[in-house]
Ligand binder design. Structure first.
Ligand code: DQA
Length: 145
């Protein structure tokens, strides 16, 4: 089984960026935590980050993975195009957020992307990715029987 981990705009700035919301781990450190868990779960992972909406959409269209873990970042709150891209492929997606988007500015409370996903995890810092990966793998295994 292979999972693609997709991160949207400004996630490359983790470690320096608003650490009160996002913690002090860099994206590289989070990706190694994901890789460690993936090894335990016996799944392969690949990683993609882009600050451009179109590149994220192309990644979703072109992935040959069995599932996607996606932090669309600010595009969660604006992008019908990313939602449509997820809906246009048959593999499941889980949306994750480091911060609790429901405890922040009102414009962050709504995600356009979430309805196209099987579920959303928000507020556990880097742990959101790990919980999301576990949930996604369980979901795919359940479907495969
Ligand atoms: C975020 C939450 C978004 O509202 C914000 O725009 C981000 C990061 C998170 O992981 O908490 O860039 O997706």
């Amino acid at each position: 089984m292979k999972i693609t981990v997709i991160n949207g705009p400004n996630i490359n700035m983790l470690g320096k960026r608003e650490t009160n919301y996002y913690g002090d781990k860099t994206l590289e450190q989070i990706n190694s935590m994901i890789s460690e868990l993936a090894a335990v779960l016996c799944v392969k992972v690949d990683f993609f980050q882009s600050n451009s909406e179109g590149e994220i959409i192309d990644c979703i269209h072109n992935t040959d993975s069995d599932g996607m873990l996606i932090n669309p970042a600010a595009y969660s709150h604006t992008s019908i195009a990313i939602r449509d891209a997820i809906s246009s492929v048959t593999i499941p997606a889980v949306e994750v957020h480091l911060s609790n988007i429901f405890g922040r500015d009102e414009f962050r409370h709504h995600s356009y992307v979430a309805p196209a996903c099987i579920g959303q995890i928000s507020g556990f810092g880097a742990g959101s990715y790990l919980l999301g990966l576990r949930a996604l793998v369980e979901h795919i295994k359940g479907k495969k029987g």
